[in-house]
Ligand binder design. Structure first.
Ligand code: SF4
Ligand code: SF4
Length: 136
């Protein structure tokens, strides 16, 4: 069994096709959509957690690539060091996924790893280096 997090990027012409559904039907894979951004007339992006038999997973990913979907493995994760963070909010400006947010009452900056697409933009932005990349 494998369980992997992947970022799928696909062109506008593929948006209406049941590509992700085929992963379940034809390759017996289970998936959980962690993030999806599909805008009219633009490319779409989806972050999925995919689980299943290793051989089925490899075939499913090959199918996606053959269909024209760009598949990026997210084999890293972002960790927030709470001891270092002084809640300056600089990272909230660059985060494209909504993984970083400010609690308006306390003005503290929170991080939700489930929403992170590991773009690493916050890492270089954080003055005390509280956001760091970890290989998983
Ligand atoms: S790496 Fe940082 S900026 Fe990028 S999505 Fe994750 S938390 Fe947001
Ligand atoms: S940029 Fe760094 S110090 Fe500032 S809020 Fe984000 S994690 Fe905290």
């Amino acid at each position: 069994m494998v369980a992997k997090k992947v970022l799928l990027r696909f062109s506008n012409s593929l948006i209406s096709k049941p590509i992700v559904y085929r992963l379940v039907k034809d390759y017996n894979l289970a998936f959980n959509i962690l993030k999806a951004q599909i805008l009219p007339d633009e490319e779409g992006e989806m972050v999925l957690e995919i689980e299943g038999d290793r051989a089925c997973y490899e075939k499913g990913m090959a199918f996606l690539k053959d269909t024209g979907v760009e598949v990026l493995n997210i084999d890293k994760r972002i960790v927030k060091d709470e001891e270092r963070c002084y809640h300056c909010s600089a990272c909230t400006v660059v985060c494209p996924s909504g993984a970083i947010s400010i609690d308006r009452e306390t003005m503290r900056v929170g991080y939700d790893p489930e929403q992170c697409i590991v773009c690493e933009l916050c890492v270089g932005t954080c003055p005390p280096r509280a956001m760091r990349v970890e290989i998983v």
